[in-house]
Design a protein around this ligand. Structure first.
Ligand SMILES: [Fe+2]
Length: 495
């Protein structure tokens, strides 16, 4: 049996354990208040088919499970950088996978959704998702890492009926650029030929692929979507996401090109209507035969906007979503008859990872402005320099200085002290990317920011280090407390 047949058959076997979820919401348990959101939805007569919840503390997720006993819950993971050739060598990998399986089990999730993206590579850390290198070797590494995670889920996340949560790999967003040597849909075809994972097709992310590749200069959006879907392994898509898009404050509305706004992924803002037009096109595609769920991804969005958007989306799309799911399930039933109960497994050949390690080290240095834009995977990016320039000059400094914790608010006294000494905070950005650093903890951008800033102060203004330490300690204490607060649940119990 060739590997592709094995992967496809094993996928179909696993898919059989996932009942239709219909339309739902992908949410964060902290923001906005999840229980207030569920209450407001119910007041409008809306009952989501499921909620996909983002990684939180296990205590909080367990409490959510208990407070919403009848609500199907699914899991949106974070922090498993399966794009990375050295992720399995990280001292925290086993611990991160174990925690993830514990959380999957705590909410009885049918799947683990994880972006095909990373926030750390080659010893460099970032605050938001970066796409993988779209290259054949990179696809092999992603597949091998998914196989390892799926194996742990099979062993530790198995249910009495023998089923286990399924790894779903999400098409990641582009933040102004993508590097690689092969088309993005073909990359996903290579991955799915090697492992039995499912996929999440995020419609907003797909729009950013159009916007930040050469496609927007040669095709209409509709034509792009058609060509993309024809090559993408759409038959593996189990879930669809739709979320907001917006111009980033560091780049702004003024930087327009060819009439297309410089939107990036933005869950807090309303969903633009063009994404619903794209969703219509996707839902009727004949290759979409494994669909089980469609979620509006609404973390950090005001509750009133979520309720309104969800009501409109359900009215417009619920019938076609149900038809699409039913059509796929009917087609699968006839296929199931020919499937063996458990296909013979072939081990994944471990790819040669050294070359890719070097490629990712160069990736990090290129996007942080420390290395020239060279190499075959960077040709297209170099030819259209605007996107990478936005990222390097505006987006990335904003991320380090303001995103996920504004340094001037986190360390007010220290920042005043630095300013008095004539030290500009942009020097911290250079310090951050000056050299690779070993990973010292499971990924947490806020804690990392505190750690690196204290190092920066120790080097650039040692006399300010004592009060920087004090401010850092207060931040860490407040953060630890905030992570254990289950305020929303208390709210629900009172309601
Ligand atoms: Fe998404």
């Amino acid at each position: 049996m060739v590997k592709h047949d094995f992967a496809q058959q094993d996928f179909l076997r696993r898919l059989r354990q996932i009942p239709p979820q219909g339309m739902g919401l992908s949410v964060d348990v902290y923001s906005p208040d999840l229980f207030e959101l569920v209450k407001k939805l119910r007041e409008r007569g809306l009952q989501p088919g499921y909620l996909e919840v983002f990684k939180a503390t296990t205590t909080t997720l367990t409490t959510v499970r208990q407070a919403l006993p009848d609500m199907p819950l699914a899991y949106h993971g974070e922090g498993l950088w399966i794009t990375q050739p050295d992720v399995q060598e990280s001292p925290f990998f086993q611990q991160d996978v174990s925690e993830m399986v514990t959380q999957l089990n705590s909410i009885r999730s049918l799947w683990l959704n994880h972006e095909c993206a990373m926030k750390q590579m080659a010893g460099y850390s970032f605050g938001t998702y970066l796409p993988p290198l779209y290259m054949p070797l990179s696809a092999e590494v992603v597949a091998a890492n998914i196989a390892t995670v799926q194996q742990v889920m099979d062993q530790q996340g198995g249910r009495p009926d023998g089923s286990a949560p399924l790894f779903l790999l999400e098409l990641p967003p582009l933040t102004y650029f993508a590097a690689g040597t092969i088309p993005i849909p073909y990359f996903f075809r290579l991955v799915t030929a090697l492992v039995p994972c499912g996929l999440v097709l995020d419609i907003g992310h797909l729009w950013t692929v159009y916007r930040y590749t050469a496609a927007c200069r040669r095709l209409t959006l509709e034509r792009f979507v058609k060509e993309f879907l024809d090559e993408f392994p759409l038959e593996r898509v189990v879930e669809i996401h739709v979320a907001g898009l917006a111009c980033h404050e560091s780049v702004g509305e003024s930087d327009r090109e060819e009439g297309l706004p410089a939107w990036i992924d933005a869950h807090a803002v309303p969903i633009p209507s063009i994404l619903f037009t794209m969703l219509e096109q996707v839902l009727v595609h004949p290759k979409l035969v494994s669909l089980r769920a469609v979620a509006l991804e609404v973390d950090t969005k005001p509750i009133e906007t979520i309720v309104e958007e969800y009501a409109v989306a359900v009215r417009r799309f619920c019938p076609v979503v149900q038809q699409t799911i039913a059509r796929g399930m009917a087609a699968k039933r006839s296929i199931d008859l020919t499937l063996p109960s458990r296909p013979a497994q072939e081990p994944i050949v471990q790819p040669n990872r050294q070359q890719l390690r070097d490629d990712y080290a160069r990736y990090a240095r290129i996007i942080s402005g420390q290395a020239p834009v060279t190499g075959p995977e960077w040709q297209e990016v170099a030819a259209e320099a605007t996107g990478l320039t936005w990222y390097r000059a505006s987006y990335l400094p904003h991320e380090i200085l303001h995103w996920g914790g504004d340094l001037a608010e986190m360390f007010p006294q220290t920042c005043r002290g630095l300013a008095e000494r004539g030290i500009c905070l942009t020097e911290f950005v250079d310090f951050w990317f000056r050299s690779p650093r070993p990973v010292t903890r499971s990924y947490d951008f806020f804690l990392l920011k505190i750690e690196r800033f204290l190092e920066f102060v120790a080097e650039s203004a040692p006399e300010a280090h004592d009060y920087a330490e004090q401010e850092g300690d207060l931040l860490r204490q407040a953060y630890a407390q905030a992570n254990e607060v289950v305020g929303p649940v208390m709210e629900m119990e009172r309601a």
